[in-house]
Design a protein around this ligand. Structure first.
Ligand SMILES: Nc1ncnc2c1ncn2[C@@H]1O[C@H](COP(=O)(O)OP(=O)(O)OP(=O)(O)O)[C@@H](O)[C@H]1O
Ligand code: SF4
Ligand SMILES: [Mg+2]
Length: 330
């Protein structure tokens, strides 16, 4: 078996919660944003990450990129454990692991023109390159994402959202990283522009041998680009499966509910979205058992006390007690 490019083991990230104004003497609490995520990602593949708003998708990718310190857990990149407390190591990692964000215009410096924006990472990470070589690399990268040279002296506000995201991709890829972490890169764009940006990413992935982590709300988008999909809920992984298997036969009750809400492009197939009743638990105070128990239509009594582990079910991995035999009574 080949060594994965990226391995994440039991990663946890929590933030200090603001102190209650009403009960200022109450003990400080923490927002548990990522609660024990593990996965392996082989080089050249795409991992889609889906889940409702607030389930920890952005926190997960930001922690992997070294933008948020993990509270515990391990990340191994290219066979080497990453020490996020070591600044030099984290800086070196950033040249090989780049990110693109949801808001393409806000993520570009408004005071720099496009040439400066795309040259900046080369100045930081590739000081060995001559100014001429940097200029050539920037021109080639911008050309690759469809930005003509006559526009290089223009500023971000002069471009559309789709063009800004293409410039963001050029900036992220100009240093030729191994992995691109994409945090909802197309969510803010019109549907027709979404397809353009996804196609550019796919082409660049093929040409550069890139590995992608692609976060999205929209299962319809993520299933087209991903080899495997990770379904998150309240910071935990509910299901991790090859994209085709997840689409054809979702296993976890939460994944089934998510998929029942995705329209099928076939008039003969009519699906009724499964409505999840029940409240979301608070990330300040997670339940002892299954994270999904308060909304699960299949919950059982033991779901309140036992946190299911991620287990193989066919080609998929599922965290649900329906797939775990009940322990024999003594
Ligand atoms: N810097 C922060 N400080 C405190 N809490 C945070 C911080 N960032 C995120 N959180 C909390 O962590 C949890 C996960 O947030 P995160 O932004 O990772 O979710 P998400 O899945 O990316 O959501 P969305 O789909 O809306 O982007 C949420 O409860 C959020 O309020
Ligand atoms: S463990 Fe129980 S509550 Fe959780 S998803 Fe499975 S059946 Fe539902
Ligand atoms: Mg997010």
């Amino acid at each position: 078996m080949t060594t994965p490019l990226l391995s994440v083991r039991d990663l946890r990230v929590s933030f200090a919660a603001p102190q209650s104004k009403k009960w200022p003497w109450s003990p400080a609490k923490r927002v548990n944003a990522v609660n024990g995520v593990s996965f392996d990602l082989p080089a050249g593949k795409t991992l889609g990450v889906v889940g409702e708003s607030g389930c920890g998708k952005s926190t997960l990718v930001r922690a992997i990129a070294g933008l948020y310190p993990p509270t515990s857990g391990d990340v191994t990149f290219d066979g080497k454990p990453v020490d996020y407390t070591n600044r030099r190591e984290t800086n070196a990692l950033r040249s090989r692991m780049q990110m693109i964000f949801q808001d393409p215009i806000a993520s570009l410096n408004p005071r720099m023109n496009i040439r400066e924006i795309v040259t900046e990472p080369l100045r930081v990470f590739r000081p060995d390159m001559t100014a001429q070589a940097q200029k050539e690399a920037v021109r080639a990268m911008l050309d690759r994402v469809g930005i003509a040279e006559r526009n290089f002296n223009r500023y971000p506000h002069e471009f559309s959202g789709g063009q800004c995201q293409r410039i963001g991709i050029a900036r992220a890829l100009v240093t030729e990283p191994d992995i691109l972490l994409c945090d909802e890169p197309v969510s803010a764009l019109d549907v027709s522009i979404q397809a353009q940006v996804i196609n550019i990413l796919k082409e660049l992935q093929k040409d550069m041998g890139l590995t992608l982590v692609f976060v999205a709300h929209d299962l319809g988008v993520v299933r087209h680009i991903s080899d495997e999909i990770l379904v998150m809920y309240m910071g935990g992984v509910m299901e991790h499966a090859p994209a085709a298997d997840l689409v054809a036969a979702p296993q976890h009750p939460y994944t089934k509910a998510l998929f029942s809400a995705v329209p099928v492009p076939d008039p003969k197939v009519t699906t009724t979205p499964e409505v999840l009743d029940g409240d979301l638990p608070s990330p300040l105070d997670l339940p002892e058992g299954c994270l999904f128990q308060s909304r699960c239509p299949r919950r059982m009594s033991r779901c309140a006390t036992t946190r299911p582990a991620l287990r193989h079910v066919g080609q998929s991995k599922v965290a649900c007690l329906l797939y775990e035999p009940e322990p024999a009574a003594i």
